[in-house]
Each structure stands twice: as C-alpha cells, then as structure tokens.
Design a protein around this ligand. Structure first.
Ligand code: ADP
Ligand code: MG
Length: 286
C-alpha cells in the first residue's frame, strides 16, 4: 500500500478508537495469522472482585490478614482483596517485609506471623477446600489461598467476568481465518473455562510473566505473523516482541508504550477492525 492510502486507513481506524502509531503497523495488521490474548483485563473486564470468602475461623480476621499482605501489591487480584476488606470496614494493618512472588502471590510478616496469599497449589488442603478450588476454576474464577505460618487460614474466590463482546470479536477474527490463543499466568482449568466462554481455541496457562514474550517468539518461529493484545506491565515484553502489539487504552502506560496500536475502547473488536481496514487498504492499492 502507498503511504497515502495507509494514512487514510490510519484515519479511518482512529474513528473507531483504534490508534495506530505508524502506517507500517496497519499494513502488517492484515497479515496477522495468530492473535495472542492476555486473559485478565484483555479478554475479561479486568475488575476482579471477591465473590466468596471461605474461612477456617473468623471471616473478618481472614480478610484482615489477606489485605495486610496484599496492601503492597499492584496486582489486580490485590485490588479485589483490598476492596473486599474495605467493604467490610476493615483497614489493613501494616505488614512488614512485603515481597511479591511473580506469578505466584505475595508474602509478608504481621504480628510475628508469616503470611502468604496466592496460588493454592503448594499447600495441602482438605478435600472440601480442594473441591471448592476446582469448582471455582471450572467456572473461570481464580481461587486464592491465605496461609499464616504455612497453615491454611482461608480461601478467597475471585471472579473477573469475560467482557460481554469478547466472544463476538473473537468470532470475527476466526471468520477471517485467524487463530486465537489465550496466555495467562493463571491455572489451566481457569484459563480453559475463560477460553471456552470467549470461544478461544488455544490456551497457554501457567505462563510466568517473563515467558509471555517467549510464547510469541515460538509462534513466530513456526511461521506465524503474531499479534499480542494486553494491558499489563507483564505484557509489555510480549507486546514489543509481537509483529503487531495492541494495548488496551485503559491499561498500564508501560503496555501502551510497548504497543504499536492502542485500543481506546476496551474491546477486542478493535483488533478485528484493524485487520479489516488493513486488508481493505492493501487490496485497494494492489
Ligand atoms: P495473569 O497472567 O492472569 O495476570 P499472573 O502471572 O500475574 O497472572 O499471576 C498468576 C497467578 O499467581 C494468579 O492467578 C494468582 O493465583 C497468583 N498471584 C499472582 N499475584 C498475586 C497476588 N498479588 N495475590 C494473589 N495471588 C496472586
Ligand atoms: Mg492483563
């Protein structure tokens, strides 16, 4: 396509809230063969909320411990935990020695106790709790375990619904012959449930944040032209690595800076739109 026709295409895309930095990215959008989608905040609404509190003892005490440990975290799951505590009038006490364990959870110390909040996989749970973990995952929810000195204190079930238009946008990509994959640090069962709700065919689950870019590179190595769509800090390397990186406009600045295209409407329809405009532009010129 000529630079002028690409400029026209970029303008047209902007009308649908798809901001394309360079004409070259629009040209490439039409050649995309695989779209890799981050889960939280990209396929889902990205506003996770605690929907169930399962405490070994007192519920308020469980939320107090969990909120104390999460107060130092910027993870969306931490916001859900803090909001749940706040809703019950609980102010998180000040914990010490906060550490985020990427892709796993957080640890901190409170009143001489070692707290952990995160993936339930490590600790051994009662059959009842294990069952609740699996039920939550099969619904596409994320169960979080809270332990104090290694002893399970409770489970928090966190839900983050799939955006209402994700499935329709993914269908548009499929209709254009594009393969769609989900990538997440979350558990396989949760990831598969979310993928099912969105009509996504391929799932990469349990992917540590630093490995998302490797998944993109693997696909490129197999001859795919890869688009990555994400919103988080941990999506930035994959957005930069992809042939075309799309950032959700309401996402983090780092994601937007690493991407080629910004979606001003928090919707995957923008990706299908970019592909359609690109193909129409390139076809008109040849
Ligand atoms: P995602 O790709 O969905 O953003 P991450 O790689 O950030 O996931 O995290 C993977 C998993 O690690 C989460 O599903 C959760 O179980 C656990 N985890 C990570 N950070 C936290 C946190 N701050 N609080 C609780 N759990 C966490
Ligand atoms: Mg995300």
């Amino acid at each position: 396509a000529t630079p002028l026709s690409l400029m026209v295409g970029v303008g047209k895309a902007a009308e649908s809230g798809v901001l394309i930095r360079r004409g070259e990215s629009l040209q490439q959008a039409g050649a995309i063969t695989t779209v890799v989608l981050d889960k939280t905040g990209t396929v889902t609404e990205g506003a996770p909320a605690v929907t169930e509190v399962i405490a070994a003892g007192d519920e308020g005490e469980l939320l107090r411990l969990a909120a104390a440990a999460e107060a130092g975290s910027e993870h969306p799951l931490a916001s859900a935990v803090l909001a749940a505590a706040r809703a019950r009038g609980i102010t998180p006490p000040k914990a010490e020695g906060f550490e985020a364990e990427s892709g796993r959870g957080v640890t901190a110390r409170l009143d001489g106790q070692a707290l952990f909040v995160g993936r339930p996989d490590q600790a051994s749970l009662t059959d009842d709790w294990q069952q609740r973990v699996e039920t939550a995952r099969s619904r596409g929810e994320t169960p979080i375990l809270v332990t104090a000195d290694g002893v399970p204190a409770g489970l928090l079930i966190i839900a983050d619904p799939v955006r209402e238009d994700s499935a329709a946008a993914i269908r548009r990509l499929h209709e254009r012959g594009i393969r769609v994959a989900l990538v997440t640090g979350d558990h396989e069962t949760t990831a598969r449930a979310v993928a099912g709700q969105g009509g996504i065919d391929t799932v990469f689950a349990g992917v540590p944040p630093e490995a998302k870019a490797e998944r993109v590179a693997d696909l490129q190595g197999g001859g795919e032209v890869v688009a990555m769509v994400g919103d988080g800090i941990n999506d930035a390397p994959a957005l930069a690595r992809a042939d075309v990186g799309f950032a959700i406009g309401s996402g983090t600045d780092v994601a937007i800076e690493s991407a080629d295209i910004t979606l001003m409407r928090a919707s995957l329809h923008g990706v299908a739109e970019a592909v359609a405009i690109s193909r129409a532009t390139v076809r008109n010129i040849k």
